[in-house]
Design a binder for this molecule. Structure first.
Ligand SMILES: [Zn+2]
Length: 339
C-alpha cells in the first residue's frame, strides 16, 4: 500500500517543472513549424511567467531534478538553434524582466551569412515567384519526379495558403508545399556536406540564388560571447550541424556533440553541460554519447513535465507557440497538469 501511495504522490501531487522551448522571436513571412513568437506576444508571455511562475536557470532545474527537490511552479526557458533574433530581440526582453534562459546553439552556422537549410528550402519552395514546372531529381537516395503544373508561378492565393500552413498539424495544402515537405523529409537525415550539395542542386534546378536574409541568420561569435558571459544566460549543446543524431553512427554523433561543446565552452561563463537533440531526434547511442561527454541532462521535444521519474537524457519540453497572454496562461495550466 505504501508503495502505491508513493506512486500516486509522485504521479499526481509531487511538484513538477515545465521546460519551455522557443526558437525565434520574430515575425517571419511564414512559419510552417510554428517556431516563431512575435516580439509583442513574447513580452506578454514573459510577464505571465514573471508574475505567476518561478523561472529558474535550466541548470538549476536539472540539479534539483537530480536531487529530487524540484520546486512547485518552476519553469525553465530554452531557445534552440541560435538565431540572431535571440540576441537582438529576446535577450533585451529577458533582461528587462530579469528572467534566465539557456540558448542551445548549432555552432556550424555561427557567424555565417547563409541561412539554415530548412529556412532556405521553405522560402525557395513556398515563396519563389517562379519555379520550373517539373522536377526530376535524386534527393537522399530517392528519385523525386513531380509536376507543379499551374503552381510553377506563385499566386496570391498560394502565398496566403503557405503563410497559414502548419506542417505539424495539417497535410500540405498545395503542390509546392507537398514538394517542400518531401524534400525536407529526404534532406533531414543526410550528413551536412550532402545536405549542402543537395541544396545547391535544388537552387540550380530552381534558378534561385542562395538565400541570405539578414533576419534568418545565426548570431555572430561576438554576440554569442556576449550572451554566454551574461549572468542571466547559459549556452547549451545543439550539435555542430544540427544533426538528426539517430540517423548517424556513434562516432559522428560524438564528433557533433563534442566539437559543439568545446566551441561553446570557450565562450561561455558557466559549464556547457546541457544538450537539446536537434529535431528531438535521438537514440540509445545519442544518450550514451551524452554520458561520455559528461553532460548533465538532455532534452527532447516530447511534451512531458519534468517529473521525478524522468530519465536525465530524456527530459521533455513544451514548444511555445505565438500566443497572447490569455491563451498562453491557459496553455501553461494544461501543460502543468499533464502527466
Ligand atoms: Zn534545432
Amino acid at each position: 500500500m505504501k508503495a502505491r501511495l508513493r506512486h500516486i504522490f509522485h504521479k499526481y501531487v509531487a511538484p513538477k517543472a515545465l521546460v519551455l522551448m522557443y526558437h525565434r522571436v520574430a515575425e517571419p513571412e511564414s512559419d510552417v513549424w510554428e517556431v516563431a513568437v512575435s516580439p509583442d506576444h513574447f513580452e506578454q508571455q514573459l510577464r505571465v511567467l514573471k508574475e505567476e511562475y518561478k523561472v529558474v536557470p535550466v541548470r538549476e532545474l536539472v540539479e534539483r531534478h537530480n536531487k529530487g527537490n524540484i520546486k512547485r511552479n518552476s519553469i525553465g526557458i530554452t531557445f534552440d538553434d541560435g538565431y540572431i533574433d535571440n540576441f537582438l530581440v529576446a535577450k533585451p526582453l529577458l533582461e528587462k524582466y530579469g528572467l534566465p534562459a539557456t540558448f542551445f546553439i548549432a555552432s556550424g552556422n555561427v557567424g555565417q551569412p547563409g541561412e539554415f537549410w530548412w529556412d532556405e528550402l521553405e522560402h525557395l519552395m513556398l515563396f519563389s515567384d517562379s519555379l520550373p514546372a517539373t522536377v526530376d531529381m535524386e534527393v537522399g537516395g530517392e528519385r523525386i519526379i513531380f509536376d507543379l503544373k499551374e503552381e510553377a508561378q506563385l499566386s496570391n492565393s498560394l502565398q496566403q495558403q503557405h503563410k497559414a500552413w502548419k506542417a505539424c498539424e495539417e497535410t500540405p495544402p498545395t503542390k509546392r508545399s507537398q514538394l517542400f515537405y518531401k524534400l525536407w523529409e529526404n534532406l533531414k537525415p543526410l550528413p551536412p556536406a550532402m545536405q549542402q550539395a543537395q541544396m545547391q542542386q535544388i537552387r540550380d534546378w530552381s534558378g534561385v540564388a542562395v538565400a541570405a536574409r539578414a533576419d534568418c541568420r545565426s548570431m555572430s561569435r561576438d554576440q554569442l560571447q556576449d550572451l554566454g558571459r551574461s549572468e542571466l544566460f547559459d549556452l547549451g549543446v545543439h550539435t555542430v550541424s544540427h544533426a538528426a543524431l539517430a540517423f548517424h553512427p556513434p562516432l559522428v554523433q560524438e564528433k557533433e556533440i563534442l566539437e559543439n561543446k568545446n566551441f561553446l565552452q570557450e565562450i561561455a561563463r558557466n559549464h556547457v553541460d546541457l544538450l537539446t537533440y536537434p529535431y528531438g531526434n535521438y537514440n540509445h547511442e545519442s544518450m550514451a554519447v551524452a554520458g561520455k561527454a559528461a553532460l548533465k541532462a538532455a532534452f527532447t521535444t516530447e511534451e512531458k513535465v519534468i517529473a521525478r521519474s524522468a530519465h536525465p537524457y530524456r527530459l521533455g519540453r513544451f514548444q511555445v507557440k505565438n500566443l497572447a497572454a490569455p491563451e498562453f496562461r491557459k496553455q501553461l495550466q494544461i501543460w502543468k497538469y499533464s502527466i
